[in-house]
Design a protein around this ligand. Sequence first.
Ligand code: 5GP
Ligand code: MN
Length: 323
Amino acid sequence: MENINSLFEKTYEKIKEAKAIVLISHVNPDGDALGSSLSMYTILKKMGKKVSVFNVTKPLPQYLDFLPNFNKVTNKLPDNFDLMISFDCGSFDRLGIEEKPKFLINIDHHISNTNYGDINIIDSNAASTSQVVYNFCKYNNIEIDKESAICMYTALVTDTGSFQYESVNEKVFLMATDMVRAGVDVAFISKMLFQRDRLSRLRLLAKAYDTIEMCCDGEAIFAHVTKEMMEITGAIKDDTDTIVNSLRAIRTVEIACMLREDDEGIKVSLRSKNYADVSKIAEALGGGGHVRAAGATIKGEFDFEKVKEILKEYITKALKENK
Ligand code: 5GP
Ligand code: MN
């Protein structure tokens, strides 16, 4: 890949030239997707740009509603714009739009990114896409205001599991320091993210835990969530997001796997703890992600048992590799 600094320069030039810019992130957005795209909103506004923040998903996850300018996010693309910048999205189809825009800048940290943009800034060593945005701002001497910092920091916290993952290093903490300097209230963001849980999520968690199945000598764990379980508990899709992380927390587990019955098929969420590469498993299933967190949606006539069977094969292989 081209030197990242020259990509930062080219991107800044493109932004300066553009009048109307669309900021877009992946379907079913997480904290990094919305945080990194919204972090550019105030920055571009201050540069005098017309800015739209787009996400195809509706409704958006409620737990992120405290992000500055959250209410600006729309699921309608403007008719005219000169530049689109995508955030945290590994492949074009996950943007949820039909046509390739005039010019697309793809900013991401997924190792599986398909380089679908006209400019691709992919840093798979970055802990979050917001860290790539932060590096872009630092390189170009762009001031990061408080609203932007709140978005960048939230993205960083959510994508590092609150600074717990292997992606966390000195650079991550230096960025966090800068965010606090810019006015981020750490306790406030923690409360917004982690102290506003829904009762329905806990009730769903109990049901999902009831489906737990271990395999591979305790190194792999499965659980699933059906549409019926969602209906009974009143849970929503967001409520399933972190279940897979808690499965991984079991002492013996290397790979955790959560299956969810969706309209489009079976959504598979994979996590690993120490060495297994789950991005490879997700890619084999038509999805993607990171080494420690990946996912895919399996479409067609499959039930949980069939999907588990397929997964067990891949998981057994992944557990043997890189050990
Ligand atoms: P999650 O299990 O939380 O949905 O996703 C974990 C990681 O895998 C995220 O980084 C997410 O972007 C990626 N991911 C999840 N599902 C898909 C998918 O269907 N396709 C691709 N390319 N990546 C996915
Ligand atoms: Mn991310």
